[in-house]
Design a protein around this ligand. Structure first.
Ligand SMILES: [Zn+2]
Ligand SMILES: [Zn+2]
Length: 611
């Protein structure tokens, strides 16, 4: 007797057997079926059709419908599902559905006749290699990527971009150059297109597949090369379980298939720099033009302008001069509303964490001090622990106030605002005030000056990666700016920090060395793997039960908890959120932990962007 082994998109790492009924001839591993599941009906994915020892028909229920005429995935993608399951703590079923979950259940199949089994064609004894290309100018990317693509003649290439608009733009240009070899895949496609493009990738060869995070699962059977643009971008991280990282997943596929992986960056992340320093990856520097220079301005009371109190006098004269000459100015700030920055104005005391020794930052509401590494939180006493001075919190304006002040001060200038909320830009402007999103405009307008109002507003956030994120952001902006005579001015109360010296002197190694030193000392990535568990829900007893299970699990295995407490920084009342952070050491048993996570119904993340 034959039965069909099925997995579901549920947190249970288990297969379920069904009778094929009248569908026996249609059912293949890799197709989706509709089956009874408890009192419901569910869509499942067929893993195998097997000879069943158990001959008691009454033990099994029958398949209700079959959705696909042909397998949806290759055997290589099933291996990838296995990788996702283990790496990101999900069931195999959840991993499979993260690969095919976006495909519609009903579609018309009008693909080519060539359709074989699920095997991959690319077994030609290549080698895996990982290489970064470090660009100084965004515009160089197209030629470089296209050069790589053009050099591949007998296989397919996969290109991933962080944003749909970038993928669409690149796909259009690829279509212009390589015609029908180009195929687009991302979550925003219409259902019909999704199915069509998926089957094109499965059936055709020598394609150029372009897409976003979801396209990392492109079912190409002759994959020869993968290119990832901006590999450390947070858009590559899925937010639902399994919380996979598409860049890391692409690396798995390349290793499995033994084909090269290329990652294009304008600025390396700390982990990327570390892997290059350790020769786990190669790097190719594209030494195009000079990067726009970075200057810093020390914010002290005497240096601040009388009328525009969030800019130094130097910054004000640079702004006036730039606009007079017809150049555009960007004024960038991290906060929409006003906020406070921690600094003793009398002595130079830094507020250090009593547990780990790194610098503390002020919480959003100004009531507590937070450590961005070990997550220690203490009430803020509003005085300097070193000299007792009460002048310890410097108030910073928000973007709204800056915008109004500049308008009042310079009625003759065209001053505009740009944040995620305001959306587009009014036609013409001389000065644009906004968040980091202003980066999107840098390539399209002749910017001559970009001012960061307060470096602290970016650095002093309770994230262990805050310095890294700011460093990358400034460097990426430099690459976006079209005119290399444009100046970037960062106002700060601590101009001597390594990060600023590194930017001013154009020596990224200064920043990486400093940051890697801290990470090593405190045991943070890339020196360890951090696992985050976040519990959300309204039912207190459910959360309590989960907490007990997790704590017992970690205690039994003598795993040290880095942080256990409310979500950080604390969120609004009414929504219970609890968070655990711990390190996955050499002894850590991923499979066992994954099982516990599924049984308990918790979601875990490996090396999350935000801890
Ligand atoms: Zn002091
Ligand atoms: Zn600490």
């Amino acid at each position: 007797m034959k039965t069909v082994e099925v997995v579901f998109d549920i947190p249970l790492d288990k297969t379920f057997d069904y009778l094929p009924g009248r569908f026996l001839s249609q059912i293949l591993p890799g197709v989706r079926v509709r089956v009874p599941f408890g009192r419901q009906k569910k869509v499942g994915f067929v893993v195998s059709v097997k000879e069943q020892e158990d001959r008691a028909v009454e033990n099994y229920r029958e398949i209700i419908a079959v959705y696909d005429g042909k397998p949806l995935v290759t055997d290589e993608l099933l291996q990838t599902a296995g990788f996702i399951k283990e790496r990101y703590f999900s069931s195999f079923g959840q991993a499979v559905f993260s690969i095919i979950g976006s495909l519609p259940l009903k579609y018309e199949f009008n693909g080519g006749t060539e359709m074989a089994g699920p095997e991959t064609l690319c077994v030609k004894g290549g080698v895996f290699s990982k290489k970064y290309i470090l660009f100084r100018d965004e515009n160089e990317k197209f030629d470089r990527y296209n050069g790589l693509i053009s050099s591949i003649n007998d296989g397919s290439v996969l290109l991933l971009f962080p944003e749909v608009s970038q993928a669409e733009y690149f796909h259009e240009r690829m279509k212009g150059l390589h015609g029908s070899r180009a195929v687009l895949f991302h979550g925003g496609l219409k259902n019909k297109e999704k199915a069509e493009h998926w089957f094109r990738m499965l059936n055709e060869r020598k394609l150029i597949a372009v897409g976003t995070r979801l396209a990392v699962f492109a079912p190409l059977r002759d994959l020869e090369n993968v290119i990832i643009d901006n590999g450390h971008n947070s858009s590559y991280r899925e937010q639902q379980t399994p919380k996979y990282d598409a860049a890391r997943t692409a690396e798995f596929r390349c290793e499995y298939l033994q084909v090269p992986l290329t990652i294009g960056e304008e600025s390396l992340s700390v982990s990327e720099y570390f892997s290059i320093a350790n020769r786990a990856a190669a790097v190719d520097h594209i030494n195009g033009r000079e990067l726009p220079p970075v200057l810093t301005a020390g914010m002290t009371r005497p240096s601040v302008d009388k009328n525009v109190q969030f800019l130094t006098r130097d910054a004000v004269s640079m702004l006036e001069e730039t606009v007079l000459k017809g150049g555009k100015v960007g004024v960038i700030h991290n906060r929409k509303g006003s906020s406070k920055v921690l600094k003793c104005e009398k002595c130079d005391n830094r507020f250090l964490c009593s547990s780990c020794g790194s610098g503390m930052v002020l919480s959003e509401d100004g009531k507590s001090l937070l450590c961005r590494f070990c997550k220690t939180a203490v009430p803020f006493e509003k005085k300097c622990p070193s000299c007792g001075s009460r002048k310890v919190g410097v108030r910073l304006y928000g973007i709204e106030k800056m915008f109004r002040t500049l308008r009042e001060q310079y009625p003759e200038m065209r001053i505009s605002r740009y944040t995620a909320e305001t959306g587009g830009v009014e036609e013409e402007f001389d000065v644009i005030v906004g968040t980091g999103i202003v980066r999107k405009l840098l390539g399209s307008y002749p910017f001559q000056l970009v001012v960061f109002v307060s470096g602290e507003s970016f650095l002093n956030t309770p994230e262990y990666r805050s310095e890294e994120n700011f460093f990358i952001m400034v460097n990426e902006m430099r690459s976006s700016i079209t005119d290399s005579s444009c100046r970037i001015l960062i106002q700060t109360r601590n101009p001597n920090l390594e990060i600023y010296r590194s930017l001013r002197e154009n020596k990224p190694e200064i920043f990486y060395a400093k940051e890697l030193g801290i990470r090593k000392h405190l045991g943070y990535p890339p020196f360890s793997e951090i696992i985050k568990i976040e519990l959300k829900g309204r039912k207190k007893d459910v959360i309590r039960h989960k907490q007990e299970t997790i704590e017992a699990y970690l205690k039994e295995r003598e795993i040290e908890i880095i942080y256990s407490g409310p979500s950080f920084p604390p969120v609004r009342k009414g929504k219970d959120v609890w968070k655990y952070l711990f390190r996955a050491g050499a002894e850590f048993d991923r499979e066992e932990f994954g099982r516990m996570a599924q049984e308990t119904g918790i979601s875990a993340e490996s090396n999350p962007d935000h801890i």
